[in-house]
Design a protein around this ligand. Structure first.
Ligand SMILES: [Zn+2]
Length: 295
């Protein structure tokens, strides 16, 4: 290399910003085996990891894992047991079983795409599409379309919503391992309307944006999980023991969709909340470094 060329190369190198640390999401996504050791969720649903996760079999007696290429059918053993229980319940309700979406990566952690949570192996997405069959090929599992239960104007359920959907959501909410279930507000509104006098379970059903093609079940921290942080506020605190069938639910199909016009006041710029996919390893609980590294 000539001296001017060498100088140019050095100057170019100096002009580069310091290499950014690889996000924890990329590092966790690269691990294809679980961290050895007893099963233990660590941290919180949106900032954590899991040791000793187990794989939900791609096909079970009453379920199929969808989108196998994502490799996110790993979870805490409690979650795997829950899927077994709920899929058996789906059969009792007249479905062939359940189509299962993401649980988590083999060691949990943030995912490079989509979720904020699903990091401790205690969250599972379940399709709202009743399966026509449970012997789909891997290719079909990649491309089978979601089915929405929400109307086009986002204010009510559509004809895809059935009494079996409600019974399934009720069974999920009544499962003692479940902390809460997230689903589109129109589905909760329909359940509030149709629940009759047995309403305590509705407290665990939480309205959320999206979630009209799948529902999301979040399990409680297992009683012995020392490093697992229970979500606060708990649903009980949040709804003061009520069923949540109130004006906060109606907001999702009114002001949320068509915000009232208010005079524009200058305000301090809102600092965007960082997405967990961008967290560095140092931003996760300390024990997650060992979970990531262990073999
Ligand atoms: Zn989810």
């Amino acid at each position: 290399m000539t001296r001017p060329a060498l100088l140019a190369a050095v100057l170019a190198a100096l002009a580069q910003p310091l290499a950014a640390e690889e996000p924890a999401s990329v590092r966790f996504a690269a691990r294809t085996t679980p961290a050895p050791g007893p099963a233990e969720p660590i941290g919180s649903y949106a900032r954590g990891c899991v040791r000793g996760a187990v794989e939900l079999p791609e096909t079970g007696p009453a379920w199929q894992v969808m989108r196998l290429s994502r490799g996110r059918n790993w979870g805490h053993p409690d979650t795997i047991a829950f899927v077994e229980r709920l899929s058996a319940e789906a059969v009792r309700l007249g479905w062939k079983g359940l189509l299962i979406g993401d649980i988590g990566q083999p060691r949990g952690g943030p995912t490079p795409s989509e979720h904020r949570s699903h990091q401790m192996g205690l969250d599972v997405d379940i399709w709202l599409r009743p399966p026509a069959r449970l012997d789909h090929s891997p290719e079909t599992r990649e491309r089978l379309a979601f089915v929405s239960v929400r109307s086009a104007d986002q204010r009510s359920v559509n004809a895809n919503w059935t009494p079996a959907h409600m019974a399934l959501l009720k069974a999920a909410a009544q499962d003692p391992a479940v902390d809460r279930v997230f689903i589109t507000a129109p589905a909760k509104i329909a359940m509030c309307r149709d629940a009759g006098t047995d309403r305590a379970w509705l407290q665990k059903i939480r309205p959320i944006a999206g979630h009209h093609e799948h529902f999301h079940v979040r399990l409680k921290c297992p009683p012995d999980a020392r490093l697992c942080q229970t979500q606060t506020p708990t649903v009980a605190e949040l709804s003061k023991g009520g069923d949540g069938c109130d004006e906060t639910l109606d907001w999702w199909v009114t002001d949320y969709l068509t915000p009232p016009k208010t005079p524009v006041k200058p305000s301090a710029p809102v600092k965007p909340r960082p997405h967990p996919r961008d967290y560095t390893l140092a931003e996760l609980p300390r024990a997650c470094a060992a979970v990531l590294a262990g073999d």
